[in-house]
Every structure is written in C-alpha cells, then in structure tokens.
Design a protein around this ligand. Structure first.
Ligand code: BGC
Length: 740
C-alpha cells in the first residue's frame, strides 16, 4: 500500500459529514481520520502501535531492545523513546513513514523533566520558587528545545505527592502538598502542550506515575504502597487530576502496587478512576517493564497473563516490556481479549499522533536549522537563570552573614563547588555539563580571581581526609568561608533511596574543623531531597539551599550569595530534625493526645526529640524582614454560595527590597472524619520595597473546603474553621470562621 493511497482514504473519509454528538468539529475530523487508518491495519500493525521501545541513545531502565530499527520497518514498533536530535529522529522517522507498510509516523518520547539541553533546577527546586509563571516558562522552554530536537512527547510532569525524603525521586516532584502540587502539575502541562498540540513548539505531556508512586513503604523505590482510599483521593490524586484537567493527553502507569494491585494491572486506577472519574481521553503507557513486573509482584504467573491484566485494566502502550508484541495477537485470536479493546487502545494512540500533526508532516520536529537556533538560545539560558535564582531557599542567616560583599576574600571549599555535572542533577536529558561553568568559576568571575581561594577539602563521599589541611589553610587566608556541601547528583532521582538523610562522607566533619577557625561560615547546599541538617545548621552562620540548580546554577548561586538577587524561595517539603521523624509533613492530624495539652507524658510525642521539624513547610528567609498584621475577615460566616475574604497587611521591615510568599491555611475543626491541622488553600508572592506595605487578600469559597466525608461522598460539612496566614506553615496569624 502506497503512502498516497492512505492519505487519499483519509481525505475521502473527511468528506463524510460529522455525525458524532458532543464533540468539536476538530475532534470529529480527527476521529474520522483515525478510523480511516484503522480500516487499513492488520492486527499485527495495530499491536505495533501499542509498542514503545528505547533507542540505544540513552539508558533509563534495566533492559534494552536490540533491533528496534527493524521493528519500526516491519510495523512492529510505533513509538520510540530515548532518541533525540533532529538528524537521528529524522532517520528513524524516515524508516517508519517510507519503509513500513502503512507509513504511520513514530512518537518520540524522552524524559524532558527539567529541561532538554538548557537545564532548569530539578523539579523539587522549581517548586520552591512559588512562581507558577516561571515554572510554566521552564516547561515551555524545555518543550521548545525538545521539539526542535526531534522529540514530540515528554515523560513529565511527575505528579507524585511525597512525604518521604528517603525516596530519591522526591527530587522529581513538587513536594508534599496536594494544593501546590496541583497548581504546578497544571502549569507544567500547559507549558509543555501549550494551547494546541499541533503547534511545532509544543510537545505531548505524560502524567506520571499513576498512581501514588510517591508513597513507597520505608522510602524504598518501587516498594509496596498502601494507604486508605480517602488519603489517596484527598491527598495523592489531586495533582494527577489537575494535570488531566489541564489537557494532558498521556498518562504513565506506575511500578507500584496500591492496595494489593499493581498499577499497570489495576482496572480501578486506569479505568474507574482515570477514565470514568477523571474523564481522561488520551492514552496510557506503562512505566518501563511494569507489565512484566506483575509476575514478580505475584499477580500473574506468566508475562502473557500479566499482559492480559494490563490490557483489561486499560494500558494502551507497553514500554519496553515486549509483552504486547509477544502475546497479544495470539490472545486476541484465541478470544481472550475482545478485538475492540485493541481497537480502542490503538484509536487513542493514533488520535494523539493526529493531534500532534504527525500525519500532516512526520518531520515537523526534525528541523536542524530550528534545532541550532533554539538549543541554548540566550533567552532560554536567561529563563533558566531566573528560575534557578527563584528556587533557592535561605534557611539561616545569623548576623547578616549574607549577602557577601563584592571584593571580600572568600575561601570556597568543597568538591561540589568545582563541579559542573552535579549542578544538572538527575534526569538531565540531553544537558551538557561541558558547556557550562561551575559555581567556583562564577564566583571567580564575579568576585575576582584573587579574592576566591579554593580548596576541595574532601569529596562528597568516602572517608578521605587528606584535603582537610589544605582547606584549613585556604580558610585561614579568607574573611568568610563558603562551603558547598551536599549530595552528588546521582544520590537522587530514580533508584536512589537512602536509609540516611545526612550529608554523606566526611563533609560535615570538615565543616566542624572549619568552625574552629571562628570565621563566618556560609553553607551552600546541593541536594535532591530534604536532609537532616541538624548539625550543619548549628555550625553554619548562613545556609542556602540551592538544590541542583541547572545549567545556569553556578551564576545563580553567585548572584544570590552576593545579594544581586534577594532570595525568596520557600520549602515545599518539611525538613526533619532527624530520620526518626519521617514521615513528617505539615498537614498531619491532631491525634487524640496532641502534644500541646498540659503534661507531656502520655502524649503523641518522642521522648528524645521535639515533634516539630527543623524547617517547616513553607519556610524560607530573605535578606530583608517582613511583618504581618492581624487577619481581617470580610465575614465570619461563609454561606454555601458565598465567599469569604481574608486579608493581611504585609510590610517590608528590613533594609532591602524583597519578595515574600504569603501563605493561607485552613483547619476544619470538627468533621465526620478527622481533618488535617492545616491545609494550604492559597498563596501570593509579593514584591515589597523597603518600608512598603501591601494588603494581600485570599478568597475562600466552600468548594475549597471539600473532602471525602465519612460515607466517601465528596463535599463540605458545616462547622467551625480556623484560618491562618503567614510566611510559613508554622509562624502564622490566626482567626476563625464558620461554614454555614
Ligand atoms: C521511570 C520513568 C521514566 C521511564 C522512561 C522509568 O524507569 O520510572 O519515570 O519516564 O523510565 O525513561
């Protein structure tokens, strides 16, 4: 069958009037086009569309499929991931559209998580910027670069809520909060997909990892997840829902089980929740070999059986597992799977290919000139610099140790200071660390080479102390010490769970030694998870959390340290005092024996550590200070159709212009089920000049107070509420209102 015959058939079917109801003209036209392709397809070719293989350009999982090029040619593989550049994707696309029988174009997926070439801060870092426009811009820039490099599908956003710092993948998420996580999920989808998937500057988003992957037992990656349905629906589901509401057209089923059922075989998750409850209209792809893994989970005795579970649950595409390729045809022929199920899956995949415009021009993402222009464009680097600065969180600043003064002599200590690779963090996509400058390079450029004395001191891991004395000598020659410590890039991301959340190696030991010099110490942290910083926060005079800040990270750190930019980031995950407090998060329940009642004995507490964390959710300092007035309410009685306005006056009381993230929390005091002690319901990031005041007003409506009630219905309950406003989840002003 020649390509022009396929397209002639498509055109002919377009002449048929659109009969379906409730669908837009565009949608109906696409469905007709899909039907006309479907009519031409053999069962083998249909199954081929349900197959996704990794190219050998990047390795993101345990298995690689050899011979994928031949599979494309034979129509056995309709989708590729881990391939990029306009030239290479063009080569593969050419095989699909010129050598395969039906000429159906390939989807090209890649983990463009926080940038494609220009790398932004890791996602957890971006979330601490509390700047939705900047986060959306980051996704847009990533899409623009990826789309110029042959990619049309990203495996992002990751929407997994997590309260588990042992789990290395918290670095890829938006933190612990469902409200903020939902806003970010929607912003990222919009950033990637724009308003129109057929725009060549946008790419398809993939909501992952569906679902509840962020709650593995003991923080061990891929481990069992078990939680009540209420917690799942109220706390874990909202960001996935927000991403789907924002128009994401693909979803990735996760590795984990939930309530005894692995996600890739869960009809409850993939059909009842995803399609029926959330109204998802795109296709579902597995996470890597998660179909095969159902044998290890122990819900199928063979891979073939696992495949049956997956198709029936609602998995449309098998990533890398080869299960669909090997077994589906026979299962359909034997009547184990209704042919319609396969048709529905293929329809969903082809629909997205049409939406992306791939049938109009399969090479629309393979444009070398565009690739050259877009990759590392000055505007993209500027955007990455902007988000990197915004993502940094000032955790401590005694005696105004920061900002540093230009021209003062500083000793810079630590392996991480001189590293470029680590700045990129995990999932760096096609990011290139040879292209960029380290923090040390940037400090020298800014402060003058003669004013920056560097000593490595020690590595981020191991017990080698041989560099300690050189570090001490360097520190003796300076007026301030800047020590860059933390985790190397490969300690967070996938498969990087830790049983310790301390700073690894002998870095803290060196910090202790430096402390004996009695010079002001600035600790610059690089890490992908909340760490136990109890010791370091005592030793440091100032402490700046910089995450893994990306391609422009070195310059961003420099600008924040020297006060060119006044930090305004706020934590989106609670930092515990020690691992024993984990899981710790701000929306905990009160318990029957809360600690605040008199007499601590027989209360819900530790006998060897306070209950509260080292740094709470929402926390972050500035080089200036802010004062909050008491809260003013427009009414103390919120009616079913009404709204309540809660206002505070915030004043910049320090001596520098700055920004503050004003946060609004609510507590439902009595419910048919117990309710969290605080839930974030709004925030506003404001800029205030020295001495300036602004009134910040939050609007609360009854819908914002809904939850899954005792009978599992979703809605509100009348009664008394507390409302809090402040600069973090711990230090707040407080008032009360009633929901009628
Ligand atoms: C990860 C996913 C990723 C996929 C493809 C898996 O191992 O869990 O997040 O998208 O690999 O690289």
């Amino acid at each position: 069958m020649k390509k022009n015959i396929v397209f002639a058939l498509i055109a002919a079917s377009l002449l048929t009037a659109c009969a379906s109801s409730g669908k837009s003209d565009k949608e109906s036209k696409i469905e007709q086009k899909v039907d006309s392709v479907m009519k031409l397809m053999t069962l083998d070719e249909k199954i081929g569309q349900m197959v996704l293989y990794s190219s050998d350009w990047d390795v993101t999982g345990p298995s690689l499929k050899k011979g994928y090029i031949d599979d494309i040619r034979k129509g056995n593989c309709g989708n590729i991931f881990n391939a990029h550049t306009a030239a290479y994707t063009r080569k593969l696309q050419k095989i699909a559209v010129e050598e395969s029988r039906l000429h159906i174009p390939l989807l090209f997926g890649y983990d463009v998580i926080h940038g494609h070439k220009t790398i932004f801060p890791i996602s957890l870092g971006e979330s601490t910027s509390w700047d939705l426009a900047a986060i959306e811009k980051s996704a847009r820039v990533s899409a623009t670069e990826a789309a110029a490099s042959g990619i049309n599908w990203t495996f992002a956003p990751m929407c997994d809520i997590s309260v588990e710092p042992r789990w290395g993948r918290v670095s890829e998420g938006a933190g612990e909060d469902p409200f903020w996580g939902s806003k970010i999920a929607a912003a990222r989808v919009h950033g990637f997909q724009g308003d129109d998937l057929s725009d060549t500057l946008t790419i398809l988003a993939c909501v992952k990892h569906f679902a509840a992957y962020g709650a593995p037992l003991a923080g061990r990656d891929y481990n069992t997840v078990d939680m009540s349905e209420r917690v799942f629906l109220d706390m874990y589901l909202p960001p996935y829902k927000a991403a789907i509401d924002a128009g994401a057209m693909s979803v990735m089923s996760s590795f984990n089980e939930l309530d005894g059922v692995p996600a890739s075989g869960s009809k409850y998750l993939l059909t009842d929740i995803l399609r029926t409850k959330l109204g998802f209209k795109g296709f579902v792809v597995t996470d890597y070999t998660s179909i095969n893994e159902m044998v290890n989970h122990g819900v199928a005795s063979t891979e073939a059986d696992a495949g049956l579970l997956a198709v029936k649950a609602g998995v449309d595409m098998d990533m890398q597992g080869e299960v669909y390729f090997k077994y589906l045809k026979k299962q359909v022929e034997e009547g184990l799977i209704p042919g319609k199920m396969i048709d529905d899956a293929v329809r969903r995949i082809l629909k997205v290919k049409f939406m992306l415009g791939l049938f109009d021009d399969p090479y629309r993402y393979c444009n070398e000139a565009r690739e050259k222009r877009e990759i590392y464009s000055p505007a993209h680097l500027e955007a990455a610099f902007d988000v990197a600065k915004k993502s940094m969180v000032l955790l401590k600043n005694d005696n105004n140790t920061l900002p540093l003064q230009k021209g003062e002599k500083i000793a810079v200590i630590g392996q991480l200071a001189a590293s470029t690779r680590d700045l990129l963090g995990s999932w760096k996509a096609a990011g290139d660390w040879n292209f960029m400058k380290s923090t040390l390079d940037e400090l020298k450029i800014y402060n003058g080479e003669a004013n920056v004395i560097y000593a490595k001191g020690c590595k981020t891991s191991g017990t080698d102390r041989s560099g300690f004395s050189a570090a001490m000598l360097a520190a003796q020659r300076a007026s301030k010490i800047v020590m860059v410590i933390g985790e190397s890039w490969d300690l967070s991301g996938e498969a990087t769970s830790r049983t310790s959340i301390s700073i690894p190696g002998v870095q803290t030991e060196l910090l202790e030694k430096l402390k004996t010099l009695n010079k002001p110490i600035v600790v610059v942290l690089m890490n992908g998870r909340p760490l136990d910083l109890s010791k370091e926060s005592e030793l440091a005079d100032a402490m700046l959390e910089t995450w893994f800040p990306g391609t422009m990270g070195g310059k961003a750190i420099t600008h924040v340290l020297f006060g060119e930019y006044n930090p305004a980031g706020k934590l989106t995950m609670t930092f515990p005092r020690n691992l024993g407090q984990v899981p710790i998060f701000y929306y905990e329940k009160n318990t029957g024996r809360p600690l605040y009642l008199p007499n601590p004995k027989y209360k819900s507490r530790y006998i060897d550590c306070p209950n509260d964390p080292l740094f709470p959710f929402g926390f972050g300092l500035s080089y200036t200070t802010f004062a909050y007035s008491d809260i003013k309410l427009s009414t103390t009685e919120l009616t079913e159709k009404g709204e309540l306005k809660a206002s505070v006056n915030v004043t910049n009381t320090g001596d520098k212009d700055g920004e503050e993230v004003v946060q609004c929390y609510v507590r439902d005091l009595v419910g048919s089920v117990t309710r969290p002690v605080k839930e974030l319901k709004g925030f506003e990031k404001i800029a205030l000049k020295v001495g300036e005041s602004k009134v910040v007003t939050f609007i609360i409506t009854p819908g914002m107070l809904a939850f899954h009630r005792l009978d599992m219905s979703y809605g509100t309950e009348p009664g008394d509420y507390k409302l809090f406003i402040g600069g973090n989840s711990r230090e707040v002003k407080e008032t009360e209102f009633k929901l009628k």
